[in-house]
Design a protein around this ligand. Structure first.
Ligand SMILES: [Mg+2]
Length: 287
């Protein structure tokens, strides 16, 4: 069997051009060509829940993935002939962190924290409790308070914060401690037999940092948050793994490096041999 590559990518503002910066025309079409190659498997890794992720596929005309890691890593789906099968092994694994409790049971522990506003019901699931915060929140003390309360209740949880720059709001997700984008990707790789050497991840923002700083081959699209770029670089420099992170800067096939163009630029940086596999888009610089 030919070598299989796993391309994992965040969606919002990584593949989807829903940020302030311009998208190069045709970038998503080229990404679809890459994903259509039989040796490429595609996994979307998103904060979105399944329905919102499926909506994005239609709205932005992007390829149906082979796998979908949704809800910031708390759900994994395998897709086949448009059937999305949840991975029950993953739910069982992460559910153990919350000792039989689900998100609804945790709300009362945090109900008096004024800076937290519960997100809409469709953005919650059994193992994802999500709040809005003001953008300018003083995060460290809030994080410490949440952590203390959950620990006292025997809940092992991770707290993930990012900013929705379009909506100008902070997003704070509480997840089982063994559920985040990185651990979900690692589980998927082990489950499906993908190696570290042939897996790459692309992202743009704070909720991608667990992967970007893990030492996994990673791409930051050019439109990524500056503070995320700096934090990822600082962390990787300290652990002597800077070569595992590619910062898209534009120029690949004449494109600007934002969104899907940046994902492609990074993919071919790590896997130039795929150029020689007969993918026509990689050979032209005039697109
Ligand atoms: Mg994003």
């Amino acid at each position: 069997m030919p070598q299989q590559y796993l391309l994992c990518s965040d969606l919002d503002r990584t593949i989807l051009p829903n940020g302030h910066q311009e998208e190069s025309p045709g970038a998503r079409k080229l990404l679809a060509k890459l994903a259509g190659q039989p040796q490429i498997k595609l996994a979307y890794v998103s904060g979105r829940h399944k329905k919102l992720l499926q909506d994005a596929i239609v709205e932005y005309d992007i390829p149906t993935p082979d796998f979908a890691i949704c809800d910031v890593g708390t759900t994994i789906y395998t897709t086949s002939h448009n059937e999305w099968q949840p991975c029950l092994d993953w739910s069982a694994k992460i559910g153990a962190d919350w000792q039989g409790k689900t998100a609804g049971n945790l709300i009362e522990l945090l109900a008096d924290l004024n800076s937290l506003t519960l997100q809409e019901p469709e953005k919650q699931n059994s193992y994802k409790l999500s709040f809005y915060t003001p953008v300018a929140i003083d995060l460290p003390p809030l994080r410490a308070t949440i952590r203390d309360r959950l620990e006292q209740a025997g809940i092992k949880a991770g707290i993930i914060f990012s900013i929705d720059e379009m909506a100008k709001v902070g997003l704070l997700d509480i997840l089982p401690s063994s559920a985040d984008k990185l651990q979900a990707i690692k589980f998927l790789m082990a489950h499906e037999g993908f190696s570290d050497s042939h897996t790459v991840f692309a992202g743009d923002s704070g909720n991608d940092l667990s992967v970007l700083t893990s030492g996994m081959k990673s791409i930051l699209v050019r439109n990524a948050d500056n503070n995320v770029r700096e934090e990822a670089q600082r962390y990787l420099a300290a652990t002597d793994q800077l070569q595992q992170l590619y910062l898209a800067h534009g120029g690949f096939s004449g494109m600007n490096g934002n969104y899907a163009a940046g994902v492609l630029e990074g993919f071919y940086h790590f896997f130039p041999e795929v150029h020689q596999g007969g993918i026509p888009l990689a050979n032209n610089n005039h697109y």
